[in-house]
Design a protein around this ligand. Structure first.
Ligand SMILES: [Zn+2]
Length: 152
């Protein structure tokens, strides 16, 4: 059993900015809803298969994904699409483990500038954990990161 860890920022833009991710050329319809999940799943599969090939793996057992809490990706659809489009590849049958990640913020108060992650599901208002300042900017969140791929 070989377990390898790779980190890779999402190459895809936010949902409402089509045309730069290689799936739509800007003249096509917006990528949204399930079409978005399908595009992302294709990208995930491509990364997984490429990695498995490099490891000379016969089977991919598990793929750990970290998905931004703010992304609208639906884990159930990602797994369904993955099951379907991975047919005939080493990744078929792999279990996707999807973890949600709280977005990161940066405190704007001069002399502070601390960055911190906070789940927007748990707070109404974002304040800096160090200085208590309320002037914080959210860093651009990646839609998802392929965190770990387990193969044999
Ligand atoms: Zn601060």
């Amino acid at each position: 059993m070989v377990s390898a860890t790779i980190r890779r920022p999402s190459p895809s833009p936010p949902v409402d900015v089509p045309g730069t991710d290689g799936y739509a050329n800007g003249r096509e319809a917006r990528t949204e809803g399930m079409v978005h999940e399908l595009a992302i799943t294709n990208e995930i599969l491509r990364v997984v298969v490429k990695h498995a090939r490099r490891e000379k793996a016969e089977r991919v057992h598990r793929v750990a994904l970290v998905v931004s809490e703010l992304s609208d990706l639906k884990p159930i659809w990602i797994q369904r699409y993955f099951d379907r489009i991975s047919e005939g590849t080493v990744a078929h049958g792999a279990r996707l483990e999807i973890e949600h990640q709280a977005p990161e913020f940066l405190c704007n108060r001069s002399g502070c500038g601390v960055s911190f992650a906070v789940s927007l599901r748990t707070v109404d208002r974002v304040t800096c954990p160090r200085c208590g300042g309320g002037d914080c900017t959210m860093k651009e969140p990646a839609d998802y990161v392929v965190e770990e791929i387990e193969v044999s």
